[in-house]
Design a protein around this ligand. Structure first.
Ligand code: GAL
Length: 698
């Protein structure tokens, strides 16, 4: 076992393949931050515990799994949180319909409640059997129970979960050598932090990226765009990012990467107007290059051997292809003020749409085959699109539909619009195990109740996005007079719009807190959104929770979906406060919550200091937030608030502040600023509010 950094170990067998997540990694391992995370300095899985065998189909590995150990991770798994006793195939695919492991962002990394993580460094469609099978003969001496005749499918075939101490079997096709990277804890949370720091640390979005996002109708023309953009400002609906969908390009499936002058004559004048209204503009695209694209001739020699949608598949693992792609994006878009992109369709599809993408046998100039490229495409695409922003010295927060291993440093949020609301919520719970961010986007809704519930989840998520590419008007204008969940009539769209506005304003008020959580992601590898089991892995009650999550250090979010008037929320041990009413709840038990349609169940950890900003309509170029600090409980613990200029990379040279917030004995708090950032975006603490009354759960 070779030590790679503090708490990171490598076990090697044979000669690993050339194109793996680690060999292709562009980011730098964060050695100092890893050093600061204390650990035992001993491999959590020892050499003798790993069995390996090379076979004609590839490699077969076995790692120990204790009876009480639960397994999490494998990327953006949308159908399940706890993978113990399940089989997972790490194969990129859009809109997986069952719990197979297929995912927009599958990652060959798992972490267990025993407090360590394992990355299998491969781009192959690797399969993990998480305690499903025992070796031949192991059951011979098992006490036989009286025979029961099963008739249901689950009784007969059930999930094959082996009891007692078992193993995790890993099937790696094609490879004849492999590296395993093993991450120490001591807890699950630290193992994940270590994986993220090994990846290069989490991303730090620009502050505006944490505001509200609106993607407009795909067929919109310039007048439709301006009507929407002006409408939001007139109605005081907070929106920071305005997104264009496929209609902005002359060709979209595959892409030309050229503005359509028919729909958008003088698009530069339109962009100037949008910038003048303080919008950040994001453009939809995917990476399949249409023959009419100016990049086509240059990219042709550096592309895969098959087309997709009549377009080239550029091999972004080859420097020349990446440079051609990046420089077109820089000169045509980034230098003209475009703030980010939506990188669509890079996940291929075997389930929902017609079967599209390039075959697994495709040959790429880099030497990768189609299978490896499928699992690497999302990361390569993110790196190519991040490059022009790096060169221009401006941060982006963008969207991507596929990702993979070692993704944490990339400022991209995963999305897809085809899911049930509960699946969207599970995505938020799961993404933090594997260095990913997921947006439970709102496309359109069946009813105002559905809309409001979905917006609530979006507002308390990594990216607050309304993806209205299929509807010409904002979704609050789509709903007619109708009954709400309590059977009362809604007052038409103005009432719904006002409820939406109030929720958007909650998002805006959370930005400084959220920005600080992202700063911890960057510096400490701590995911801003986490499953409860990550923070409370000694509490088995949290092991299966897939409908509530931590947002930052202090908030527990438990979204509701349409049709529910109440839901049960498990609060881990400790005291909690209702975010809206401030009522106190004792943890270690479940509560039934029925907050009414306008509120989502959110709880604040008692003894937290929560900085909340005065909501603005957009984050804007300069000016920090006006913050009121809410102090919960009898003995609020000090915390920190992160600040920098919000847009540039100066923070990498240490130009940022930590504001230490504390509530010493007495009746007011204090804020002490440490750091070197002195620009316009410093925050102003304008008030302190104490919440210390003692009511129990109501
Ligand atoms: C989908 C994508 C949608 C929308 C659409 C436009 O694949 O998930 O959000 O952008 O393409 O064609």
């Amino acid at each position: 076992m070779e030590k790679i950094a503090n708490g990171v170990w490598r076990w090697r067998f044979g000669q690993p393949e050339a194109h793996t997540p680690v060999t292709m990694r562009e980011k730098t391992l964060q050695a100092e931050a890893l050093e600061r995370l204390g650990c035992e300095d001993r491999p959590p899985v020892s050499q003798g515990d790993i069995e390996v065998k090379a076979t004609p189909r590839g490699l077969q590995l076995e790692l120990p799994l204790k009876a009480e150990e639960h397994v999490y991770g494998f990327g953006l798994q949308l159908h399940r949180v706890d993978h113990t006793g399940r089989k997972k195939v790490i194969r990129v695919n859009s809109d997986p319909v069952a719990d197979t492991g297929d995912s927009h962002a599958p990652v060959p990394f798992y972490v267990t409640t025993a407090g360590y993580g394992v990355l299998v460094d491969t781009s192959r469609y690797v399969t993990f059997y998480c305690g499903t099978n025992l070796r031949k003969g192991a059951s011979e001496h098992k006490k036989q129970e009286a025979k029961k005749i099963g008739t249901s499918e689950i009784e007969l075939y059930g999930y094959q979960v082996s009891e007692g101490d078992r193993t995790l079997v890993i099937d790696i096709p094609a490879a004849q050598g492999i590296d395993l990277y093993i991450f120490e804890g001591p807890g699950m949370k630290q193992a994940v932090q270590r994986y993220n720091l090994f990846s290069g640390g989490g991303c730090l979005p620009p502050a505006w990226g944490l505001g509200m996002w609106y993607r407009a109708y795909s067929a919109a023309k310039v007048d439709d765009v301006m009507r929407l953009a002006e409408g939001f400002r007139k109605d005081r609906m907070p929106v920071d990012v305005f997104g264009f969908e496929p209609g902005w390009q002359t060709k979209a499936y595959s892409c030309s990467f050229v503005w359509d002058e028919g729909r958008f004559p003088d698009h530069e004048a339109m962009l100037d107007k949008l910038y003048g209204m303080s919008y950040r503009v994001n453009l939809w695209e995917h990476l399949f290059v249409h023959p009419s694209s100016p990049m086509y001739p240059d990219l042709k020699p550096y592309s895969g051997s098959y087309e997709v949608w009549e377009g080239l598949v550029p091999d972004l693992a080859v420097k020349e292809a990446k440079d051609i792609f990046a420089s077109h994006h820089r000169s045509e878009f980034v230098d003209k003020g475009i703030a980010g992109f939506k990188l669509d369709e890079c996940d291929s599809s075997d389930f929902v749409h017609s079967n599209w993408s390039f075959p697994d046998v495709t040959e790429f100039p880099s030497g990768m085959d189609g299978e490896q490229m499928h699992n690497q495409l999302g990361i390569l695409y993110q790196a190519a699109i991040e490059a022009p922003f790096e060169a221009a010295g401006r941060r982006t927060l963008s969207q991507v539909r596929s990702s993979g291993a070692l993704a944490a440093p990339y400022p991209f949020v995963l999305y897809s619009d085809l899911y049930d609301h509960k699946v969207f919520i599970r995505g938020v719970v799961n993404c933090g195990f594997s260095g990913l961010l997921w947006s439970p986007e709102v496309r359109q809704a069946d009813s105002s109740e559905d809309l409001i519930r979905r917006i609530q989840t979006a507002v308390f998520s990594p990216m607050a996005l309304l993806n209205c590419w299929r509807i010409p008007n904002p979704p609050w204008m789509q709903v007619e007079r109708e009954k709400n969940v309590r059977g009362e009539y809604m007052d038409g769209y103005e009432k719904i719009r006002d409820i939406c506005r109030a929720l958007f304003e909650v998002r805006m008020s959370l930005i400084p807190y959220l920005y600080t959580s992202y700063a911890k992601y960057r510096l400490e590898g701590l995911p801003p959104f986490r499953a409860l089991v990550m923070d409370y892995s000694d509490d088995p009650q949290t092991f299966g929770i897939d409908d509530a999550y931590m947002m930052g250090d202090s908030l527990l979010v438990a979204p509701m979906v349409k049709g529910e008037t109440e839901r049960s929320v498990y609060l881990p041990k400790g005291n909690w406060r209702d975010f809206w009413t401030h009522e106190r709840y004792e943890g270690g038990q479940s509560y039934s919550c029925s907050p009414g349609l306008e509120r989502i169940p959110v709880f604040v950890k008692d003894n937290s200091l929560l900085p909340l900003a005065k909501p603005m309509s957009y984050v804007g170029e300069s000016g920090g937030f006006e913050i009121t600090v809410w102090a919960y409980g009898d003995a609020p613990e000090p915390c920190v608030l992160y600040e920098d200029d919000g847009v540039s990379f100066d923070y990498r040279d240490g130009t940022y502040n930590w504001v230490r917030l504390a509530w010493p004995q007495g009746d007011s708090g204090e804020a002490v600023r440490n750091g070197t950032y002195t620009g316009d975006a410093v925050n102003r603490i304008v008030g302190w509010e104490r919440i210390a009354h003692e009511e129990g759960a109501g």
